[in-house]
Structures are given as C-alpha cells and as structure tokens.
Write a protein that binds this ligand. Sequence first.
Ligand SMILES: [Zn+2]
Length: 128
Amino acid sequence: MHELAMATSMVEAIIDTAEKNDAIKITQAVLDVGELTMLNPEQLRFMMDVIREDTIFEDAEIIINMIPIEIECDKCGFKGKSKTDENMDHLMAVATCPKCDNTRINIIEGRECSIKTIKIEKEDEEDA
Ligand SMILES: [Zn+2]
C-alpha cells in the first residue's frame, strides 16, 4: 500500500517537527504531492486521518496540493508540463516530451511528496 507508507511517514514527520517546536497542538498542515508519486490524495487523506487519531495532529486541517509534472527535454529544450492528462495510468506517457516525443527527458517537478507548512499552537508563552 503506497498511500499507507506515505501517510505514515508524513504524519510522523509532521508530529516530529511540531514537537521540536514545542507545539501543544497542530492546527494545519499543507502538503505538496507530485502527480508522479501516483498517490491518490483522497486515500492519502483518509489514511492520515486514521493514523493521526489521538495525537496532537488530530484536529488539524490538512491541505493537499497536487503538483503537476514538469519536464525538461534534452533534445528540443522544451520545458513545461508533460502529457499527463491523456493517460495518468501510464507512466510511459509521463516520460515523453510533448513536442518531439523524445523519451530522454528530465523530470524537474512532480516527483516529490513533501510537507510544505505546518501551523502549530504553543503553550501561551506570549500571554505569560
Ligand atoms: Zn523535446
């Protein structure tokens, strides 16, 4: 289960970061999920909900940004979105230059799955 492994490591990383910053509660987490990761955002969200139960992350809002795949072509110099819309089930469609059909392309965006921002609540140090 691709999503489960990713959800687990995301939740762990978010809680870990929050705790290192003395959080008592996490209020929001923004995630960047590249389309090339082939993660289903709804499944990812669902699994994170299960994993984060009874943690400081429990009530936080989770925002998932899907990052489109961007490529750079060695041959014609094309830089931009790949032909993903046609066939997302096919990884081969992703790895082709839309301009010259070259398959030796560099993927410059869309491969990552990362935590962008986390909003936390700390103990009332400001009021103290
Ligand atoms: Zn090209």
